[in-house]
Design a protein around this ligand. Structure first.
Ligand SMILES: Nc1nc2c(ncn2[C@@H]2O[C@H](COP(=O)(O)OP(=O)(O)OP(=O)(O)O)[C@@H](O)[C@H]2O)c(=O)[nH]1
Ligand SMILES: [Mg+2]
Length: 351
């Protein structure tokens, strides 16, 4: 049987490691052997789930910074190039094989998007593994739902998602993470718009606009020259993303078994994993049920979302009228506690 797996990429803090841990947890509850591979040499700590393969055993960013006199980003690029040139990862993956079968491999990648946007190293590493093991991977590009609150950030995220699709050239899904936080944000359009990423140019007039400019009193103000330029640029980027018609997002609340199950099914569908095609529905339901039972439980690392703040922001909301007044490009910045532990925020904890 070939090697199947998921390659989890996305900008820093998008929730990659948390998703990888949730994915591995779900797969093990579904009785599907899986192995988590840490491809981030700068990752700190032990991770939320034990790594089966950890690139830090091969190369250390600190040592590279010292020896090569490089900064953190340069050292990271150097580390991945070294990994690409060596057979270490392939040897490690070979050692995962049991009874002619490989576990499902989940790659937790670094948040430095230049590693696949500009560099060839990440792509090269994955290509080598694919060739060696006849591997079938799905790339999952994660974007924090907080980006939807800032139209310019959302446009940039769409461009990055498209770039990841074109550069990695893998079966691909884009995921909007931290959906439990979605209703905290004041969104310019209904959430559905951000998920579908269709007719993206409709968001361009909101780029560079503050929510207060939506007040009736301000409607007549003219946009500044800077804001007009920003809207024009955003409009062009939107057109480009629209032209490819490839980007859309699957929402994910990693503490919710059904949400994780849906993403697992998509991953399986994309890389053709037999479980995606043949798994009995009862097995999927059992794993989902167990996942829900384990949320906040004591059996190993679990997920807990405190507070009653779930739900999709703006799901039933009508699209807003595009504002005519332009004040600043810094609209609806995420609240300071996003991604931090605390009431209403997300946390993993071990028993
Ligand atoms: N509310 C909420 N917070 C989340 C969720 N997923 C992750 N987080 C938080 O977001 C922060 C970043 O999550 P990580 O999983 O470390 O993100 P990452 O993409 O691996 O980050 P880097 O490895 O630094 O690129 C942490 O504080 C997580 O607890 C989620 O689904 N909901
Ligand atoms: Mg991480």
């Amino acid at each position: 049987m070939p090697l199947y797996g998921a390659v989890v990429v996305g900008p820093p803090g998008a929730g990659k490691s948390t998703f990888c841990a949730g994915l591995c947890r779900y797969l093990s509850l579904a009785e599907r052997p899986c192995a988590l591979v840490n491809l981030d040499p700068a990752c700190e700590g032990e991770g939320l789930t034990k790594f089966a393969i950890d690139v830090r055993d091969f190369v250390s960013v600190d040592a590279v910074m010292k020896d090569q006199k490089l900064g953190p980003n340069g050292a990271l690029r150097y580390c991945l190039e070294q990994l690409w040139k060596s057979n270490w990862l392939k040897d490690q993956i070979t050692s995962l094989e049991e009874d002619d079968c490989f576990p499902y491999v989940v790659f937790d990648c670094p948040g430095q998007t230049e590693l696949y946007v500009h560099d060839h190293s990440l792509r090269g590493i994955l290509d080598d593994v694919r060739r060696e093991f006849d591997a079938r991977f799905t790339a999952a590009h994660l974007v924090d739902v907080a980006q939807c609150a800032v139209p310019t950030s959302y446009v940039a995220a769409c461009l990055l998602s498209l770039t990841a699709m074109l550069r990695l050239e893998l079966p691909h899904i884009n995921i909007l993470t931290k959906m439990d936080m979605a209703n905290r944000y004041d969104l310019a359009m209904p959430l559905e718009f951000f998920r579908e990423a269709q007719e993206l140019h409709r968001i361009a007039p909101f780029c560079g606009v503050q929510p207060c400019s939506l007040d009736e009193d301000n409607v007549e103000e003219e946009p500044s020259a800077y804001a007009r330029q920003l809207q024009k640029l955003s409009g062009k980027i939107c057109e480009l993303v629209d032209d490819f018609s490839l980007v859309c997002y699957e929402p994910l609340d990693v503490s919710d078994g059904e949400s994780v199950a849906k993403v697992v099914r998509l991953l399986d569908k994309c890389n053709g994993h037999p479980c995606g095609v043949h798994a009995p529905q009862s097995l999927i339901e059992d794993a989902t049920e167990l996942f829900l039972l384990h949320r906040g439980g004591t059996d190993g690392p679990s997920i807990s979302v405190d507070g009653d703040n779930r739900g999709a922001a703006g799901r039933d909301r009508e699209p807003r009228r595009a504002p005519r007044t332009v004040r600043t490009h810094n609209i609806g910045a995420p609240p300071p506690d996003v991604g931090q532990r605390g009431p209403g925020s997300f946390s993993w904890y071990a028993s």
